[in-house]
Design a protein around this ligand. Sequence first.
Ligand code: ADP
Length: 334
Amino acid sequence: FIPSLSIASTNITETVHLNGRTMGTTYHVQFLNDEDSKYNVEQIHGKIKAILQDVNDKMSTYIPSSELSRFNKSQQVNSPIEISADLAKVIKKAIELNELTEGALDITVGPVVNLWGFGPEKRIEKSPTAQELAQRQSWVGIDKLKLTQRADKFYLQKSIPQLYVDLSSIAKGFGVDQVADYMENQGIKNYLVEIGGEIRAKGKNSKGKHWQIAIEKPKFDGAREIEYVLGLKDFAMATSGDYRNYFEENGKRFSHEIDPKTGYPIQHRLASITVLAPLSMTADGLSTGLFVLGENKAFELAEKQNLPVYLIIKTNNGFETKMSSAFKKLVDKE
Ligand code: ADP
């Protein structure tokens, strides 16, 4: 899901734009190059590319030789495999968010995602059979995955050989955080980092305003229209929706978000959910988990956990929008 970003004008300071492709999508980085701190833009872009490549090499399920793919292919059961600190960090967060979302975000749902044609296995035109689904469902379960730490080393183990971890719901967010942390280390105070719709912003744009981010109206015809514009202040934002990545069978749409409890693509009236959080990986994982829960449960949980969320809900005559109390509080401060 890729919201439209406002392009800041360059009247006060120069806004640097860096773009490219990563993780099957695009990235955009913007930052202000002040008079008194001229940055070497090419060097910064080179480093950003290296950071994104590194995240991919660790977490992609589309790269057969990635660290995660090697774990997924491993047939070793109940024996700890050493993993990188980065991979451990993302898996730890995903396990935490699994609990927070009452099981709705589940990184072990990969075999079912793939069966529905939304992973590295090929696309499908027909729904899988009940038997195929039941088999794959029996491979799913966060309890079959164990993350441990001994001194400064991290280990991951599976309790069944078929266990397969899919970090598509959170890895882009981690990539954003890695790039944002690098910008911080460089002393860059005003920046916006975006990968495939996952955004983290700090400071202000060249007009001296908080970075303006648009939340899109859900549209199935590929058109893009703005629903809400938000000034993002030192926060990350993620949106999950069911109108970009789906397949259609007999006029029925199947979304790429799977309910781990049933193994079926979600079926509810939530068209999209936007989540704000300090870290992009948190916002990214939460938006998927809350999206799976649907409009009522997602809203209830957001109120209970004080999460800033913005929902767009399908109704019989269009869409209705809803903000959680925490979201309202944040935008009222604008
Ligand atoms: P996007 O931002 O592209 O809409 P998301 O961040 O919402 O994507 O992640 C969706 C991806 O996460 C799916 O393509 C699938 O690989 C994986 N996925 C689907 N359902 C779940 C789930 N319940 N828990 C964890 N990952 C999921």
